[in-house]
Design a protein around this ligand. Structure first.
Ligand code: NAD
Length: 322
């Protein structure tokens, strides 16, 4: 038996991947990170960082070694509402992410990877279950009959099924999580692919005294947001458990986008007015439902929303003032 375990993180140049690499290193793993780019905000903690395009199966063959204990598949086309819900990027989201997952499932099998984690999304849940902002239904077993509201959600659902069929037919040891809005420092905060928490923190940090803070939609749409450290705890617990999922990994602290913006204003000690404007906004309501994940792997989030958002706001304020 080897003393040091090996982990490979695909998408290690991204937000969740770079935090995951740090944690695996803290735990004493030998970590290989793979991405088409280096992390944007700090140097990767990985022992090896390979730049490669995972749409190319030869690259996937080269980077997944035979001695891999834990493989984390986080690479794919990602964005917030401004990227995913306008329809302009549908073909690249469907093609690129599916191509990566097709390659990874096959090569993970060929290389006898011991455990493969796949990051799906809350975007797989049917739109009609999320029409009422006060009582969305995101229980794991409500995913079918399927009707995600974006192509991003359809690709995630396809890839969940792809990995589950490799488990069923070939015994691949897969673990699947449906992330619900993960946030924290060192996440994309500008440029068009940022998600709501970072985008609103940036707008508040940039707002001058008499300016309004503009948010998309009527502000009554609801979401829940999970702090990155809680997300990493859950990913590791699930990967090392005897369960496969899919499981929700999210927070159950639901909040309207208007109230969320007010919370950020409070944290920033500013009192600008909030203006609601037209813009892509996704489903009306969404909140994680954690009964199953807490029962099976005994995971519950540790951070409350305000504590986590304070850390994000402080980091974004620094970026804005840099
Ligand atoms: P991210 O965009 O920061 O990370 C994704 C990484 O994948 C990027 O660094 C990107 O360069 C890389 N990538 C894309 N195409 C690639 C390719 N062809 N070859 C190699 N690398 C490639 O996003 P994230 O927030 O860290 O998300 C990680 C995973 O979790 C994604 O699969 C995402 O869909 C999923 N997810 C995230 C959230 C969230 O709230 N952050 C919610 C649901 C699901």
């Amino acid at each position: 038996m080897r003393a040091i375990k090996n982990a490979i993180v695909l998408g290690a140049g991204g937000f969740i991947g770079s935090h995951l690499v740090k944690r695996l290193k803290d735990e004493g793993y030998f970590v290989r990170g793979v991405d088409i780019k280096h992390p944007e905000f700090s140097r990767s903690a990985a022992d090896e960082f390979i730049i490669g395009d995972l749409r190319d199966i030869q690259v996937v063959k080269d980077v997944i070694s035979n001695d891999c204990d834990e493989l984390y598949q986080l690479a794919g086309e990602v964005g917030g509402a401004g990227y995913l819900f306008t329809g302009e990027h549908d073909a690249e989201v469907m093609h690129n992410s599916a191509q990566i997952n097709l390659n990874v499932a096959q090569i993970a099998l060929e290389k006898n990877v011991r455990s493969l984690f796949y990051s799906s999304s809350a975007c797989i849940y049917p739109e009609e279950n999320q029409l009422n902002p006060n009582s969305p239904n995101c229980e794991e077993n409500s995913a079918y009959p399927a009707n995600p509201d974006s192509e991003y959600g359809w690709e995630k659902l396809f890839s969940e099924r792809l990995y589950l069929s490799y488990k069923r037919n070939h015994g691949l040891n897969v673990k699947i999580a449906r992330f619900h809005n993960i946030f924290g420092p060192e996440s994309t905060w500008t440029g068009g692919r940022e998600k709501a928490p970072a985008a609103i923190c940036r707008k508040v940090a940039e707002a001058k005294e008499n300016e309004t803070v503009k948010i998309w939609g009527d502000g009554l749409q609801t979401r829940s947001f999970l702090y990155i450290d809680d997300c990493i705890d859950a990913v590791l617990k699930l990967t090392r458990s005897n369960f496969s999922g899919p499981y929700n990994i999210g927070s159950e602290e639901m909040i309207s986008m208007y109230d969320f913006t007010q919370l950020i204003l409070k944290i920033s000690k500013k009192n600008n007015h909030i203006e609601t404007i037209e813009g892509p906004q996704g489903v009306r309501g969404r909140c994680s439902h954690n009964a199953l994940v807490s029962k099976d792997i005994q995971w519950i989030p540790k951070y409350n929303l305000e504590t986590g958002v304070t850390k994000l706001y402080e980091w974004i304020e620094k970026q804005v003032n840099n």
